[in-house]
Design a protein around this ligand. Sequence first.
Ligand code: FDA
Length: 307
Amino acid sequence: MLGPLILAASRSDRMRRLVSAAPMTKPVVDRFIPGETVDQVIPIVAGLTGRGLEVTLDVVGEDITTREQAAAARDAYLRLIERLEPLALGTRAEVSVKLSMFGQSLEGGHALALENVRPVVEAAAAIGTTVTLDAEDHTTLDSMFAVHEELRKDFPGTGCVIQSYLFRTEEDARRLAADGSRVRLVKGAYKEPASVAHQDRAEVDKAYVRILRTLMEGAGYPMIGSHDPRLISVGQELARRAGRKPDEYEFQMLYGIRSDEHLRLAAQGHRMRVYTAYGTDWYGYFMRRLAEKPANLLFFVRSMITK
Ligand code: FDA
C-alpha cells in the first residue's frame, strides 16, 4: 500500500520541498546517492572497480522544464566522462542517462533529447565506454526506443532498459534480442496504470523470467538488473542453458542495496555492475528507492524522529 503513495509523492513539488529541506534527510539519502559532485563520486568509482566491480554512473535529475537545464545535464555528463578518462576503465565504468533530463518532455523534446544525448554517447565512445538509456514512465518509451535505435546506427554498444511490469515489454524484448542490443531488464520503478502494466508482483516476476529467457536466447547482451535472489538464480540458470560465457551477460544492482551480494557475485566470476547515482537533484531517485522497500521509509522516519 505504501509503495504507490510514495511514488505519487515522488511527483509532488510540495513533497519535494518538504523532504529536501528536512535536515535529517541527508544521511538517509547518502546510503543510495553517495555524492553530490563529480569530485566526490570519482573515488567511489575507484573503490568499487578496485574491488572487482563495474559501475554505471547516473547524474541524478529528471523532468527538467527548460532547454538550459537540458543543456546543463548534457554538460554534467560530459564533465563526468572527462574525469573518467584518466582512470582508463573502458566499459568497466559506463554511464546511464534519463532522456527526460535531456529535454524529452519539452516542446520538440524528442529531437532535443537526441541532440543533447548524442555528444554524451560520442564522448563515452571516445574513452572506450558505453551509455545506457534508462526507462522512465510508459509515456516516454516510444521516444526512448527511437533514440536508442538512432544512436545504435553509429554507436551499436548503446544500451537501453526494459521493464517487466509493462505488457508491451515482451514484444520489445523480442525486437531488441533479435537486433543484438545491450539490454538491462528491470521490474520497473514507476506508478503505472492497470491498462499498461501488471499490478501483481508475482505477475511482474513471471514476466521477468519470460523476458529474460528471450534476451538470453537472443543475439544481444543481457544485463540482469535486480536484487531479487530468486531472479538472480534464474538468471544464472538461463545463462547456463543458453550456453553463455561469463562475459556474455552481466548482473546489475543499485549502489547501497545488497552490497554483500555485489561482492559475492563478482567473486563467483560474474560481471557485476553497480548503478551509482550522484548529484544534487536526488529527490525522484531517492523516493523510488523508498517506494521499493517500505522498511526504508520506516528507517527514514525513525532517523528524523530520533536525531
Ligand atoms: P524487489 O523489489 O522484489 O527486491 C528484491 C529484494 O531486494 C528486496 O526484498 C530487498 O531485499 C532488496 N531491495 C530491493 N529494492 C530495495 C531498496 N530500494 N532498498 C533496500 N532493499 C531493496 N527501474 C526503472 O523503471 N527504470 C530503470 O531504468 C531502472 N534502472 C535500474 C538499474 C538497476 C541496475 C537496477 C538494479 C534497478 C533499476 N531500476 C529501474 C529499478 C527496478 O525497476 C526496481 O524498482 C528495483 O530494482 C527493485 O526491484 P528488484 O528487482 O530488486 O526486486
